[in-house]
Write a protein that binds this ligand. Structure first.
Ligand code: UGA
Length: 435
C-alpha cells in the first residue's frame, strides 16, 4: 500500500519505519527541513535503539522516503496518517494547533477515497473536528473517511512495541475504511480491535491514565512500606502474581515523567472537568507523582538535618527513563531545582541526555563527562535514572572516591549483596528498608 505520514516525531517516525519494514511504500512528511534532511541521509533526529538500521534498510530498498512537500508526499497515498504532536496548553488541555494545521495542509491535496488516520493522542471528539476542517478545505467533490488509530509505543522500545504490539485499535464509523487500515497492519499478526471513533480516542487516554495510576499507587504503597518496615519489591512481586493485577508497571520509584503520562493524565482530567464528571482518582495520581518526584531531596534533607548548602550531590541519570535522551517532565528537572534552592552543588551524569539536559535545566548545575567524575568527592549520590551503566556501577568504587558513602536510590537499582560490597555505606532505597 502507499502510505503518507504527517509528522516525524517518535510516533510518526516509528510508524513510518515499521510500515515500510512490513512491505508498504511510505512517505513521511514534515515541515521541519532540518529533520527531513537528516532523515533523508538515514540519520535519526531522536535517540531510539535500532532506528538507524531500520532507516538504512528501508531507504535503500526504496520503501521509505522523506519530504517537506505535501504535494509530493501525498501523491497516490491510499492512507494518510496524522502523527503530529498534541502538546499541553497552560490549562492542561491538549493543544491541537499542529493537528489542525496538518489537516489544512493535507486537505488541498486529497483525492476521493483517501482514508485519514489520526494516530496522535487526541481528546474525544477530535476526529470529528478534524474531519470538518478537512472537508472545509478540500475540493467540493471529495469526502474523507476518518479512522482513529491510537499508538501505544514506548520511547526506548518504540520499534519493538510497534512491530510486536499487544493490540491495534481501529476506530471508525466506516466499515470499508476500518478494513483497509486492518489490512495495512495484517503482516504484523497483532490482534485488532474494531470500535467507534470516540471509544478508540478514549482507549488511549484511559490506558495511559490507568498505567500512570498504577505507578502512583505502587509509589504510595512504597511510602507506606517504608513507614511500616515492609519491602515494596516483594510486595509488588506478590501482588503481580495475581493475573488480575499483573506484574508490569509496579516498579516503585521517583514518579513517572516523559512526554506522555503527565500530559495525558492532565488532558483527561481537563476533559472530566469540561463534562462535569467526577474522576478524583486522576487528581490523586497527579498529586502523588508531584510529591514522589522530589522524594529524594526530602530524604536527603532529613539525613543532613535540613542543611544541603555546599554539599556536592551527584545526580546519576537525567533523562525521564533509560534508553532515551528525552528530558520532558523528567524528575531530574524538579530534583535539580530543589537542590539548587537548598544551596547544594549538583554534578550530573547521563550517558546520552546531557546536551538536552543543558537546554532544559541550564547551567545552574554542572555536567560530568563520566560517572567517576560525578561521584568523586560527592557528599551523596542520587540515582535518578536506571541506565544499564548506572545499574552496573561498582559500589565498592564509591568507597574509594567518596569520604562517606551515602546513596539515595530513586530506582532501587542495587540488591543487598551489592550494597554490602561497600563498607560503611548508607543506602536509602524507595519503599525498602534502608541499609
Ligand atoms: C508511555 C506508555 O507506556 C506507552 O504505552 C504510550 O504509547 C506512550 O506513553 C505514549 O502515550 O506515547 P513512555 O512515556 O515512552 O510510554 O514510557 P514508559 O515506559 O511508559 O514510562 C513512563 C514513565 O513511567 C517513566 O518515567 C518511567 O520511569 C515510569 N515508570 C514506568 C515507573 O516509574 N514505574 C514503572 O513500573 C513503569
Amino acid at each position: 500500500m502507499k502510505v503518507a505520514i504527517l509528522g516525524t516525531g517518535y510516533v510518526g517516525l516509528s510508524t513510518g519505519v515499521s510500515l515500510s519494514e512490513i512491505g508498504h511504500h511510505v512517505c513521511c512528511i514534515d515541515v521541519d527541513e532540518g529533520k527531513i534532511s537528516l532523515l533523508q541521509q538515514g540519520i535519526s533526529p531522536i535517540y531510539e535503539p535500532g532506528m538507524e538500521e531500520f532507516l538504512a534498510r528501508n531507504i535503500a530498498a526504496g520503501k521509505l522516503r522523506f519530504t517537506t512537500s505535501h504535494r509530493e508526499g501525498l501523491a497516490g497515498a491510499e492512507i494518510v496518517i496524522l502523527a503530529v504532536g498534541t502538546p499541553q496548553r497552560d490549562d492542561g488541555s491538549a493543544d491541537l494547533t499542529y493537528l489542525e494545521e496538518a489537516a489544512k495542509d493535507l486537505a488541498a491535496h486529497l483525492i476521493q477515497g483517501t482514508i485519514v488516520v489520526i494516530k496522535s493522542t487526541v481528546p474525544v471528539g477530535t476526529n470529528d473536528e478534524i474531519r470538518k476542517i478537512i472537508e472545509t478545505n478540500c475540493h467540493e467533490d471529495v469526502s474523507v473517511e476518518m479512522v482513529a488509530n491510537p499508538e501505544f509505543l514506548r520511547q526506548g522500545s518504540a520499534l519493538k512495541d510497534t512491530l510486536e504490539a499487544d493490540r491495534i485499535i481501529i476506530g471508525s464509523e466506516n466499515q470499508q475504511a476500518a478494513s483497509k487500515v486492518k489490512e495495512m497492519y495484517s503482516p504484523l499478526k497483532v490482534p485488532c480491535m474494531m470500535t467507534s471513533i470516540r471509544s478508540a480516542e478514549m482507549i488511549k487516554y484511559a490506558s495511559n491514565a490507568f498505567l500512570a495510576t498504577k505507578i502512583s499507587f505502587i509509589n504510595a504503597v512504597a511510602n507506606l512500606c517504608e513507614a511500616v518496615g515492609a519491602d515494596v519489591t516483594d510486595v509488588a512481586k506478590g501482588m503481580g502474581m495475581d493475573k488480575r493485577i499483573g506484574n508490569h508497571f509496579l516498579q516503585a520509584g521517583i514518579g513517572y515523567g516523559g512526554s506522555c503520562f503527565p500530559k495525558d493524565v492532565k488532558a483527561l482530567w481537563h476533559t472530566t472537568r469540561k463534562h462535569d464528571v467526577d474522576f478524583g482518582v486522576l487528581a490523586e495520581t497527579m498529586r502523588v507523582n508531584d510529591e514522589q518526584q522530589v522524594l529524594l531531596v526530602k530524604k536527603a534533607l532529613k539525613r543532613f538535618d535540613g542543611h544541603l548548602s555546599g554539599k556536592k550531590i551527584a545526580l546519576l541519570g537525567l533523562s525521564f527513563k533509560p534508553d532515551t535522551d528525552d528530558m520532558r517532565e523528567a524528575p531530574s528537572i524538579k530534583i535539580s531545582q530543589e537542590l539548587n534552592k537548598h544551596g547544594a552543588q549538583v554534578v550530573a551524569y547521563d550517558p546520552v541526555a546531557t546536551s538536552n539536559a543543558k537546554r532544559v535545566i541550564g547551567e545552574k548545575i554542572t555536567y560530568a563527562d563520566n560517572l567517576l567524575e560525578a561521584i568523586t568527592d560527592a557528599d551523596a549520590v542520587f540515582v535518578v535514572t536506571e541506565w544499564q551503566e548506572i545499574k552496573q556501577l561498582d559500589i565498592a568504587l564509591l568507597g574509594k572516591v567518596m569520604k562517606k558513602v551515602i546513596v539515595f536510590d530513586g530506582r532501587n537499582c542495587f540488591d543487598e549483596e551489592k550494597i554490602h560490597s561497600c563498607k560503611n555505606i548508607e543506602y536509602y532505597p524507595i519503599g525498602r528498608p534502608a541499609i
